[in-house]
Design a protein around this ligand. Structure first.
Ligand code: ZN
Length: 149
């Protein structure tokens, strides 16, 4: 498998083509925007929090396949999780992309492991984590848009 095939795995292409939760929420309790100037990716993440649990989460935006697929997969995985679980998932995801360690991704990451190949393309790491940074800002209640720079 070539590096490029490895990067754009089928699951990433599928989420790019048919992004999940690509919509606005009726009653978001938190929201944040993210911008990745290196690639031009923009994302707005909306969350409906209920007693520390993510009842619903959705995103809108424009960007490359990696950024869009990552946002899509993030929303699919986080629904029903607590804020603490969401932050832990972000930590594990970020670690998988930035730490040079052999072996498999943690099982808790599920399909997010599809992004492991992004580790070989440092400029793409910001695409893959953009929606997560926006989510983190939303959960923290930040009002200012986040930038990867
Ligand atoms: Zn990008």
């Amino acid at each position: 498998m070539s590096e490029v095939q490895d990067l754009y795995q089928q699951v990433i292409l599928d989420h790019n083509r048919k992004p999940r939760n690509f919509r606005k929420l009726a009653a978001p309790t938190r929201l944040a925007e993210g911008f990745n100037p290196l690639c031009g990716d923009r994302v707005a993440v909306e969350v409906e929090l209920d007693g520390g649990v993510i009842r619903d989460v959705a995103f809108q935006g424009t960007g490359c396949a990696i950024s869009k697929a990552s946002a899509s997969m993030m929303t699919a995985i986080l629904k029903g999780k607590t804020v603490a679980e969401a932050e832990e998932t972000f930590t594990q995801f970020h670690r998988m992309l930035t730490e040079d360690r052999p072996g498999d991704a943690p099982p808790a990451l599920g399909k997010l492991a599809s992004f492991a190949g992004v580790r070989e393309f440092p400029i793409r790491i910001k695409c893959a984590t953009l929606a997560w940074h926006a989510l983190h800002a939303a959960l923290a209640g930040q009002a200012e848009p986040v930038s990867t720079e």
